[in-house]
Design a protein around this ligand. Sequence first.
Ligand SMILES: [Zn+2]
Length: 221
Amino acid sequence: MSTTAPKQFHWRGLRVPYIAPWSAEHTLPGEIVRLVGVGGTGIGYADEQPHDRRSGILWTRQSLVRGTGTPDLAAMHSLRQRQAVTHMLCGVCGASAFDSDYARWGERHLYVARAAQGQPIAEGERTVMAPVCQPCAVESVTGCPHLRKGWTAALVSHVQDWGVAGLTLDPRTLEPLPQPKKGLHMVANDDPAERWTIAMQMVTTLHRVTPVELSDLALSS
Ligand SMILES: [Zn+2]
């Protein structure tokens, strides 16, 4: 962990990942309305503020009181997930993942994913995960109840902005479209559906992926 890491919080003996939401971090209400904006019609908030959008896409509103209440280790806070993915912060400690290991690994970032069946991270795989620094990766695979069941790790040379995951509304009724089995709707950059989507997570694709063992990373120099 670098000295730039934000304050760390613990819960029942485990460090709580930076991107995990806390029970006091509520999704804030906002009336969704049909708006005519630059280049077409889409959704917006009735009382929209400039920070409600990023790259023209509407984002969910979620309060920021990290460390208050109880953490949800299986979920992600929308803004912290976006910050971590945009700025390549470690998803666990929140420090920059452009650290000395990044340089030592040939300018590559480490990703750790749940893999109950042991399947490796695929070339070009879409993900909502943030990178993770080496000490946090080791801590996560031993401590995190979701990773303990099976995980895979890879070094990644290139991380590409793909789009967002969120809730896509029916343009006629403004009711949510049926949810896919795995949860949120995945909407690529420049897909017309992005005008009708309330974004909740950034999605990237991982390229030049090399599966690794965490034990090898710790030993190499
Ligand atoms: Zn970390």
